[in-house]
Design a protein around this ligand. Structure first.
Ligand code: DX5
Ligand code: ZN
Length: 227
């Protein structure tokens, strides 16, 4: 995974047809997805339940790009190895879900994965200040994690700017997760984000039998972000 700051669109399969992940993933990749974002929820750290490691292992062969696994689970450390073995390229844990974020990042890198840290909307950027040398991606949540289809929280734009300044030349991706649309994408890309997760805005109106809609949705977000 070579590092660059170009805009990358990462559709969240939380908005895909749950009975048809293989074809859904093939469709979004054929239609221009750069990464595939997998939202793992535990019904405890967040009020929803989604994908275990076995599901991730099952979809892995269908992903030709980057498998971006977002762990919304607490505790998180006991599960890192299982998601790495399932084939994750990037594993992102929440700073709020780990008493020892430094150790969590070490554990992710020890598994050979890129290490991400996610910040909930109320968490300040200072939470990552002393782990910048061990993190490959910082995810700024622009909704409260747990569900797709929520409204973008505008206060997070300033947070992305602060984070971008703090990162400087370090090879760290800034990922945005939640409420990304062609309207909100330019706000966060201008502030310094490069990976844009989008669930409902990618999948809306499309299906595996109408995949060109996914293509139009992805292209609209990308075009808005690149302005
Ligand atoms: C929220 C998830 C997001 C979500 C984004 O907890 O982490 O990835 O699926 O969905 P949209 O793009 O619909 O806000
Ligand atoms: Zn996510």
């Amino acid at each position: 995974m070579p590092f660059d700051r170009s805009v990358k669109i990462a559709p969240s399969i939380l908005s895909a047809d749950f009975a048809n992940f293989g074809q859904e993933i093939q469709a979004i990749e054929a239609q221009g997805a750069d990464w595939v974002h997998v939202d793992v929820m535990d019904g405890h750290f967040v009020p929803n339940l989604t994908f275990g490691p076995a599901l991730c292992a099952a979809i892995r062969p269908h992903i030709k790009t980057v498998m971006d696994v977002h762990l919304m689970i607490a505790p998180v450390d006991p599960y890192i190895e299982a998601y790495a073995k399932a084939g994750a390229d990037v594993i992102t844990a929440h700073v709020e879900a780990s008493a020892h974020a430094h150790r969590t990042l070490q554990a992710i890198r020890n598994q050979g994965c890129k290490a991400g840290l996610a910040l909930n909307p109320a968490t300040p950027v200072s939470a990552v200040e002393y782990v910048l040398d061990m993190v490959d991606l910082i995810c700024v949540m622009t909704v409260n994690p747990g569900f797709g289809g929520q409204s973008f929280i505008h206060s997070q734009i300033e947070k992305v700017q602060s984070l971008r300044n703090m990162i400087g030349d370090r090879p760290i991706h800034i990922e945005i997760d939640g409420g990304v649309t062609p309207e909100t994408a330019p706000l966060v890309s201008a502030a310094g984000a490069d990976v844009l997760v989008a669930g409902s805005a990618v999948f809306k109106g499309g299906s595996v039998s109408a995949p060109e809609v996914y293509g139009r949705n992805i292209a609209a977000i990308r075009a808005a972000a690149e302005v």
